[in-house]
Design a protein around this ligand. Sequence first.
Ligand code: R5P
Length: 262
Amino acid sequence: MDWGMKNRLYKTINPKTGKTVMLAVDHGYFQGPTTGLSDLKKAIDPLIPHADCLFITRGMVRNVVDAKTKIPIFLRVSGGPSVLQEDLSDEHITVSMKEALRLNAVGVGMSIFVGGKHESRTVSNLGKLVNEAQEYNMPVLAITAVGKEMARDARYLGLACRMAVEQGANIVKTYFCEQDFDKVVEACNGVPVVIAGGKKIEEKSALEMAKNAIEQGAVGVDMGRNIFQSDSPVGMIKAVNAIVHEGKSVEEAYGVYEKEKK
Ligand code: R5P
């Protein structure tokens, strides 16, 4: 792996722990002003000191992130359909590699919709993005988006993640599944796996999910709603850090959240 690629990956995955807490705040790219993110600056400013990087769109980087920031920027570069559409798979690459370089991004991320109507184009888009990104040592994160009708089980997630790896993704973001998540990680053959948090659930359950994912081989989380929609977003991100970077138990991490909440 060339120096630039390694350096960008080390800015995302903490070299001291080999783990990462990515803060996902890109939801507006198809959901608009998602609950908790309407005023994005207000939402993320207190969280930034506790995140390894921000997963965000280029528009919001320019509009709300202070250029003096030290937080690495991982850019969402796909989009198209809004949440109003039945079929969310009709995504295109919307951001050029030059634009990612202009913004000093440490990586670019896009969704593939395996099983979706536009499966083939999104997978092909991933391959093309990797072709271009490799020229600049830019890591590519592939997100295994799950269609409304798709089961989030190890068989499906393993298929989608492995397809992403075969196209050359440098990091894979997927959902956690209760059964055989380790098989999903195994299918990625050493390519780092992070989990999305998904819909807001009870804080302790979200921490349990993060703990289980780490124990089964994930290198971390790219988590959004379970942090910024919590009644204590700072408490939650600190608690997630305690699990991901410090190896704390769910009980200990929940204590971190409760202490901050007071
Ligand atoms: C989808 O909107 C994005 O890819 C999110 O970055 C991803 O789903 C992670 O956010 P959450 O933890 O809220 O699922």
